[in-house]
Design a protein around this ligand. Sequence first.
Ligand SMILES: Cc1cc2nc3c(=O)[nH]c(=O)nc-3n(C[C@H](O)[C@H](O)[C@H](O)COP(=O)(O)O)c2cc1C
Length: 223
Amino acid sequence: MPCNFDNIIIKQFLNMEFYEVLEKRHTYRDFSDREVSDEILHRVIKAAFKAPTNDHLRQLEFVVVRGRENIGKVIAPLAKNVEKFKILVSEVDESGDEDKMAMFADALPKQQKMLMESGLLIIPFFRQLTWPLLKPAEQSSLNYFASAWCALENMLLAATAEGLGAVFHIPVADEAEKIKKLVNAPEGYEFICLLTIGYPAKDAFLPKQKAINVADRIHLNVW
Ligand SMILES: Cc1cc2nc3c(=O)[nH]c(=O)nc-3n(C[C@H](O)[C@H](O)[C@H](O)COP(=O)(O)O)c2cc1C
């Protein structure tokens, strides 16, 4: 008999309150090799299709790569771009903020390892129909991209509710084009990021999240 995933989702969410899920979501970059089951993976991907979508169509497709060796082949284009990634990161450094520096010090050397460690890589693709992604004419040209990010956040929260950690790498330089070719993606599709979910390692390092006083960020009537 087919498994009823809808019931399972409801049951899981009853186990963790929504705001608890929000609090527990962190970017994990250290994973154990414990396998994430197909059932859990299905629920996490299903969450993506619950996000709002600009054209009502939810044109998302997922390439799932299992096994460290297979993942290694798909993310091979990252290897020679580590320097580019570092430059990109230093260009946006505007504060010398200690928490931020601690995060980058941890994250930079882990960009490849973190994607392989859990043995499960997800590449979420979205239809980019109107404008080329990197040549938007106006803000609304980015609607497909924005919808895709809504879907990604749903996945991060679903993974958290499942007791999993998640992290993603944004492609830099020629990584996107090379990876699209490697996985045989059709024309007109872009991918959001390289996403991995998995069971956190026992000693997983969690960079300190910034403490924000929300009241300071709310401007009544005018800024
Ligand atoms: C648009 C965006 C791009 C990001 N790119 C990367 C990345 O390429 N590699 C990485 O390790 N983390 C990446 N992150 C994760 C951030 O470093 C992380 O969300 C941030 O440090 C806050 O930590 P938290 O997620 O634990 O709250 C990205 C996050 C966002 C929203």
